[in-house]
Design a protein. Structure first.
Length: 147
């Protein structure tokens, strides 16, 4: 989501929202793709646009006017701000879900290790009890033998 041109345009317009239409041509090198996404955002009423004045060319005494190659100037609208907020909320929720999955997997691994440690601890406890009983038995045997 963050990598999409749609997101980049809306984020740029939101961060530079001064109430005026601004040039966003530096956001994307592919001008045709940029114009296409701008058109889509305009149709969805997320932005308002204004075309640049036509280029005037003088060639051999002839004057011709052509459309500017730059994409239209843009300004984010309220619907665009709401949509961007929802996108960012979705991104945060997705990141949180991924983080929770990683934490759950880590917890499962820790639980497995704890289970192994618990089994080892039980074995160690039983071994220590047996060794202690053997020591008590040897001590009693030494006392009886010395008398």
């Amino acid at each position: 989501m963050k990598g999409t041109l749609e997101y980049k345009i809306l984020k740029h317009l939101s961060e530079n929202n001064n109430g005026k239409l601004i040039d966003i041509s530096e956001i994307e090198e592919n001008k045709e793709q940029l114009k296409s996404v701008i058109k889509d955002l305009k149709e969805r009423e997320f932005i308002e646009t204004e075309p640049y004045p036509p280029n005037v060319k003088i060639n051999d005494g002839w004057v011709s006017a052509g459309d500017s190659e730059k994409p239209e100037k843009c300004k984010i609208k309220f619907l665009g701000i709401e949509y961007l907020d929802n996108l960012e909320r979705s991104i945060i929720e997705l990141n949180l879900a991924e983080s929770n999955i990683k934490a759950n997997n880590l917890n499962k691994n820790i639980a497995k290790k704890n289970e192994k440690n618990e089994k080892f601890n039980k074995f160690s406890t039983i071994s220590n009890i047996i060794i202690g009983l053997l020591n008590v038995g040897l001590l009693i045997w030494q006392i009886l033998k010395s008398e």
